[in-house]
Write a protein that binds this ligand. Structure first.
Ligand SMILES: [Zn+2]
Length: 214
């Protein structure tokens, strides 16, 4: 009860990654990432509101080119969660079906790195409990980007210069829900039931970390 009560007084900024003019990755089925981000962000909002947690949607109209605008608009929120879908380096696109799974990113340059990590880990735990598997791609020194793990078991990486994580005046987590250049994972990410399960896991993780004082 205490946990639910303290999380219920919080407000979460749910950021829709990318915008209409630069819609991010193009998926295996030819759809822009922005569409996936918007659909998932709307579901995350619904799941948070089901938990009696207030939300503020950022960038849902697709007109936010400047990243600073997103974190400024989030001012006053208790947590900034940016929703994205993942790709791989261009040279690996022909083998994109090898890469799958979710990834979470935080910045040590954010003013609340410990809280950011606690929230990212809590989201990763719920994602795994729901059957989703963390990607190892971003940490891979050869295939990926050697991004160090902050919480390896739960798919959390440090990405210190990530603009929305660094510039947010509150704890911040970036969620890469799945790898949409992978044909099979693209199909899964387009499935409304899979999307709802991801949204529910993200919301449960947010509630868990917002209910803790740290
Ligand atoms: Zn993205």
């Amino acid at each position: 009860m205490t946990l639910a009560f303290s999380a219920a007084s919080k407000e979460i900024a749910v950021d829709v990654g990318h915008y209409a003019a630069e819609p991010g990755v193009i998926s295996a089925s030819g759809r822009p990432e922005f569409e996936y981000n918007l659909a998932l962000a709307l579901d995350v909002r619904t799941e948070l509101e089901n938990l009696q947690i207030q939300t503020r949607l950022i960038g849902e109209k697709g007109d936010y080119a400047a990243l600073g605008q997103r974190t400024r608009e989030a001012k006053g929120a208790d947590l900034f969660v940016s929703i994205h879908h993942d790709s791989v380096k261009e040279r690996l696109l022909p083998q994109a079906d090898r890469f799958a799974g979710f990834s979470l990113f935080i910045s040590r340059l954010n003013p609340f790195p410990r809280k950011s990590l606690a929230c990212a880990s809590a989201i990763g735990v719920r994602m795994r409990e729901s059957g989703f598997v963390p990607s190892r791609y971003h940490a891979d020194p050869v295939l990926g980007e050697s991004r160090p793990f902050a919480d390896e078991a739960n798919g959390v990486h440090y990405y210190d210069n990530l603009a929305v994580a660094r510039s947010a005046p509150m704890p911040s987590v970036l969620v890469e829900a799945g790898v949409i250049v992978n044909r099979e994972e693209d199909r899964r990410m387009l499935d409304p039931e899979v999307r709802r399960r991801i949204a529910s896991a993200v919301a449960a993780g947010v509630r868990a970390c917002m209910g803790k004082e740290q």
